[in-house]
Structures are given as structure tokens and as C-alpha cells.
Design a protein around this ligand. Structure first.
Ligand code: BTN
Length: 246
């Protein structure tokens, strides 16, 4: 099924990721999308709250994710999602957006979108729920506890943008990259990510579960992991929160 062929739209939901997990348990197929105008329990990475008032684009997409794919390539999902968001923002708002490893999209160096990928298994089906939160016309400074350097599309553009148009373009952008994923054209996705990366070539701090590490972001490898140069050695970082230090 194409992404967006089946869209469930709600005014208010707890979290689109949670609603989509329930729909997956009921048997809805990969490609199914849940959109909420408001989330009352929006979740970010590392169990953080994702403040989700009206005016933003809060949605989740169900994808196939076989055990073999999860083993090595799961890290490519947030990268391909980030590329889809960056392209949609450029097409719908005319703004240049860039990607930050592993899960964010930036405009003018400020976070406009976060991505939360989760793995689920439903009756022998191996799936992924990919949550996308884009600050569009919603306020981002008041009560926004997640990131001190956040922005919205409207703030960068100086006027509100058409939410439906952004949503339509985003689903199309996701669909074409998901086809690349299904065809195992990983290099196409990784190449696109590199070309719009704001992280590569910068000094970064990665916060992992075992502590912070700092180094130069040299590249991403074939699985989407970060290749971090520290003290003349290159370390492969699978996951973590990344801060740009310059
Ligand atoms: C992050 O940067 O921490 C990830 C934020 C992900 C937010 C989106 S909004 C839609 C979906 N539903 C959620 O509860 N979270 C994701």
C-alpha cells in the first residue's frame, strides 16, 4: 500500500504513534497514516514531552521493517524521513531545510521537526511506526520544554503556510523514499541525506546512554550510523542525541 492511501484524521489524540500502534494491532497495513491536529500526550525521543498544539503537523506512518532490516538498516528510516520532510518544507514553503543526524530537520540551524521511530510486532508482522512532528504555524517558544533552539516554518517565513499542502507534499515525498527503501536502494537515500546534512564536517557532542562523546562528524556509514573522528580514530556511533558545537 502506498503511504497515505489510508489516512486517519483526528482533532485530538493522545499521541499519533500510540493511535497508529492500536490500528496496526487491528490489522491496518503498512502505509497507513494517523494525523492529529492536537496531541495531548505527544512524545519525543528519550521519553521527553513533545508539545503539540494546533497549527503543527503531527503524524505517524506505518512501515514494514523485517528483522533483517532492523538488524542493520533501521537507522536509515529516520534519515529518509528527514530528507522527505526537508524536501516537503522546501516545496510547500520555499525554505531551505537541512538534516541533523540522526532525527531532526533544521531551518537556519534551528529545529523545525523531530522524528520518533519505534519497532512493533503484530501477529508475526514486523513493522515500524514513524512519528513526525513539524512546527508549522504553532507557537514554539512558550511552554516549549523540549529544545531551546526551536523554530517553526511560519516563524522563519514570516507568514503562515498551508498545512494541508505541506501534508500532501510530505506524504508524496515519504512514499517515493519508502519505495527506494523497499528496493534496497540505500545508497540513494544516504547520498541525498549527505547532500543536505548540517551535521557532517562539524564538531559535535553525542549524548549516549553511556555518556557524552565529542568529535568531528566525518560521514555516515552504509547503515546510517555516524562516523565520528576522535583523537585520530573513527568511531561508529549507532544512536544518541547530537549537538552541533560550531
Ligand atoms: C524528537 O525530536 O524528540 C522526536 C519528536 C517526535 C514528535 C512526533 S509528533 C507525531 C508523533 N507522535 C508523537 O507522540 N511523537 C511523534
Amino acid at each position: 500500500m502506498n503511504i497515505g492511501q489510508k489516512v486517519f484524521r483526528y482533532h485530538s489524540v493522545t499521541s499519533t504513534n500510540e493511535v497508529l500502534k492500536e490500528l496496526a494491532a487491528e490489522g491496518f497495513e503498512p502505509g497507513t497514516v494517523v494525523i492529529g491536529a492536537i496531541q495531548t500526550k505527544g512524545r519525543g525521543r528519550m521519553e521527553r514531552t513533545w508539545v503539540s498544539p494546533e497549527g503543527g503537523l503531527w503524524l505517524s506512518v506505518l512501515l514494514d521493517a523485517s528483522p533483517e532490516f532492523r538488524e542493520n538498516k533501521f537507522g536509515i528510516i529516520p534519515l529518509m524521513t528527514g530528507c522527505a520532510v526537508a524536501n516537503a518544507v522546501s516545496a510547500a514553503a520555499g525554505l531551505a531545510a537541512r538534516v541533523k543526524w540522526p532525527n531532526d530537520v533544521l531551518i537556519n540551524g534551528k529545529k523545525v521537526c523531530g522524528i520518533l521511530g519505534e519497532i512493533i510486532d503484530v501477529e508475526g508482522k514486523h513493522l515500524a511506526v514513524v512519528g513526525i512532528g513539524i512546527n508549522v504555524n504553532n507557537p514554539v517558544h512558550e511552554g516549549y520544554e523540549f529544545s531551546p533552539i526551536s523554530t517553526s516554518i511560519a516563524e522563519e517565513l514570516g507568514k503562515e503556510v498551508n498545512l494541508e499542502e505541506l501534508e500532501r507534499v510530505l506524504l508524496a515525498e515519504l512514499d517515493c523514499r519508502n519505495n527506494l527503501l523497499n528496493e534496497e536502494k540505500f545508497d540513494d537515500i544516504l547520498g541525498e541525506w549527505r547532500s543536505i546534512s548540517d551535521t557532517l564536517g562539524k564538531k559535535v557532542r553525542i549524548t549516549t546512554q553511556t555518556g557524552d562523546i565529542e568529535g568531528l562528524a566525518k560521514d555516515i556509514d552504509e547503515n546510517g550510523s555516524l562516523m565520528l573522528e576522535r583523537g585520530g580514530q573513527v568511531e561508529i556511533v549507532l544512536a544518541g542525541d547530537c549537538s552541533h558545537l560550531e
